[in-house]
Design a protein around this ligand. Structure first.
Ligand SMILES: Cc1ncc(COP(=O)(O)O)c(C=O)c1O
Length: 418
């Protein structure tokens, strides 16, 4: 009987075969990734498909996917092979076979998040996608956007711009670090909505604490109140299973270069076709095709490799990745509970939990100093939470992380904090 790991490796290789519908030259194939069906030697890290898929510096414990995810070797190799092919005849490949292949990326990303290909745009980042959407809504003076005080600037600056330039109003729902009640969040949105509220804009997973927002209930509320729901899913796609139809949102925006493990400079926007031209992204006004004549040359190797990233996570399985990530988070929670100087601010295990966990530090301990010491002395990489929220760190646990990584962080904190 074939062991599951070998089967998943084989199906991944098979999916790579599909990807190569774009003919690669012999030289490109020589430099393309070796994806051996079985490997001797070290065990893959976590759920990684092969032992050498992640290229972290030796001994590094990387718990910072929420800021920037690593690119696994097969994804990076796909980008390099595509770039080499492009160099052989740039115009021919960019406007011919590779343009066609970028549609393959679009279809794969759409399938990953559960929408139709025509509802999906490939972008460079969440920030870009949010700006495209905000600019394409045609909001005018007096229209209002309802958001939260826990948004990342990548999901907020687009509305601030409309406020400055066009007199759009912004209402803000507070979500205290330490919030543990999804229903209370929905109630606060319901109280804050006005007859002029045109948009609800909020994160799927909060960047500050990882709190998983009650997205479906908020989208339903937006619909009942005649507003569009725009979800910033930068921290979700690839780390947890995402189904935009089940969430019921009108717009869903995310990054490729975080949890999806796609190359830097990749992202996505889902626009529910039922809302038609209510959202008309400015760069795409010549048409909804992701690479319409007006949308400009893009990062072709990165976009092509984004399809390989989708293959990577779907070969492992989005639900399986989510379970793995949440199990690591539970382990971390238990370890941190035994450190009296820390206060966990993220929600406990349950519907509001996600693969990110944040803790607050005592005032006497500066989050940035401790972050530097964790890296310099213990080779553990964590994120400093912006000080306006609280003095603390955010930890991201993803598919390549292991129990040993979580334990290494806990040990390092114990050593540093006593
Ligand atoms: C919730 C949220 N939105 C947006 C961003 C920005 O993402 P990008 O760099 O892809 O624009 C981040 C980055 O951390 C984020 O956490």
């Amino acid at each position: 009987m074939t062991p599951p790991a070998a089967r998943s490796r084989r199906s991944f290789i098979a999916s790579m075969g599909l990807l190569s519908a774009v003919p690669l030259s012999a030289s490109a194939w020589r430099t393309a990734p070796g994806l051996p069906a079985a490997q001797a030697g070290p065990r893959p890290q976590g759920l990684a498909l092969h032992a050498d898929d992640f290229l972290f510096a030796r001994g590094l414990v990387y718990l910072q996917t929420g800021s920037l995810g690593p690119t696994p070797r097969p994804v990076m190799d796909r980008a390099i092979a595509a770039w080499k092919q492009l160099e052989e005849n740039p115009v021919f490949y960019a406007y011919g076979p590779q343009e066609q292949a970028m549609e393959d990326t679009r279809a794969k990303v759409a399938a990953l998040v559960g929408c139709d290909t025509e509802e999906l745009l490939v972008t460079r980042s969440t920030t870009e996608g949010m700006n495209w959407v905000a600019q394409g809504l045609g909001l005018t003076a007096g229209d209002r956007v309802l958001t939260t005080d826990q948004e990342h600037p990548g999901g907020r600056v687009c509305w601030d711009y409309l406020a400055r330039k066009h007199g759009v109003g912004i209402d803000v729902v507070a979500i205290a670090p330490g919030e543990r009640d999804g229903g209370a969040i929905v109630d606060r949105f319901a109280k804050a909505v006005t007859p002029r509220t045109r948009v609800f804009s909020f994160s799927h997973l909060l960047t500050s604490t990882g709190l998983r927002m009650p997205v479906a209930a908020l989208c339903e509320l937006a619909r009942r109140r005649g507003a569009l729901s725009v979800v910033d899913g930068a921290q979700a796609v690839g780390g947890v299973a995402v189904d935009v139809r089940a969430l019921g949102c009108d717009v869903y925006v995310s990054s490729g270069h975080k949890w999806l493990l796609a190359p830097p400079g990749t992202g996505l926007v889902y626009l529910n076709k039922a809302i038609g031209r209510a959202v008309d992204p400015i760069p795409l006004q010549a048409g909804r095709r992701v690479y319409s004549a007006s949308s400009g040359v893009t990062n072709i190797p990165g976009v092509l490799a984004m399809a390989t990233a989708v293959d990577y996570v779907t070969t492992i399985g989005a639900a399986r990745i989510e379970q793995h990530n949440l199990a690591l988070r539970r382990r971390l929670w238990t370890a941190l509970e035994s450190l009296p100087s820390l206060r966990i601010v993220s929600p406990p295990d349950g519907p509001l939990a996600s693969p990110m966990l944040s803790y607050a530090l005592p005032d006497a301990v500066k989050a940035d100093d401790l972050c530097n010491r964790l890296m310099a002395r213990h080779r553990v990489v964590v994120k400093i939470v912006p000080g306006e929220w609280f003095n603390g760190h955010r930890i991201s646990t993803h598919l390549f992380n292991t129990d040993e990584d979580v334990d290494a962080l806990a040990e390092a904190l114990k050593a540093e904090l006593g």
